[in-house]
Ligand binder design. Sequence first.
Ligand code: HEC
Ligand code: HEC
Length: 193
Amino acid sequence: MRFTSLVTAALGAAFFCASAPVLAQAAEPPPKAVTCTTCHGPQGNSILPQVPALAGQTARYMYLQLRDFQEGRRTDPLMSTMVKDLTRDEMRELAAYFASQKHVALKFQPDPEKAKLGKAKADETLCTMCHLGGFLGQNEIPRVAGQSYDYILKQLRDFKHRVRTNDAGNMTSVANTLSETDIENLAHYLAGL
Ligand code: HEC
Ligand code: HEC
């Protein structure tokens, strides 16, 4: 057992359980993670409305998005410049690190009526066939549960208006069937999960 894990184990046993995951998560972020957390928040828990949370997102999805940003298949004025010098290995390490961090729920208060309509729309459109129950995601399909309201709104609009086209067309065809009101209702539902 390495020294750091011994210390973590000892501290974890000595303090309340809540201290252990915090210490474990703080261990060994890849060197470039500090750049990312200036926007994406501590351990990838973003508090900026337009910036997505990375904590608890699937590693495979994040790796693919980083590659897409680097190769220009997905673009964003803030994010695109961040990936210029990343190697594939650094992308994998960063994706694995943020995927292993605990997602902390934002204090979003959904409008209950809109959230209810959003859930009905999600059920009708079979979103969870891909995104899984609770929208927790799997492999290349992202977790959307508890993502920020503004970010979800922007992505669904971007897919619908073909601003974001880096997926194989799955989300474009789904978003095509959604009205602006559906998108708002879905964002209330999903941000509140
Ligand atoms: C200057 C702010 C900023 C910095 C620094 C930054 N990002 Fe981002 N990132 C963003 C924004 C904004 C988006 C959302 C873009 C959009 O709306 O499509 C994003 C999107 C992403 C996504 C896609 C997430 C999803 O759910 O689709 C990943 C993965 C990501 N960033 C990882 C990183 C990593 C890794 C770093 C560090 C190397 C980093 N970011 C640094 C602002 C930033
Ligand atoms: C056929 C499978 C499929 C279905 C059905 C589907 N999605 Fe997706 N969704 C995806 C994939 C794949 C991506 C990632 C796209 C990419 O690689 O850029 C995605 C991305 C997203 C994103 C962007 C997440 C992020 O972090 O940027 C949101 C939001 C989303 N989906 C919401 C929904 C909602 C709401 C529904 C139902 C109305 C839905 N999806 C139905 C496969 C699906």
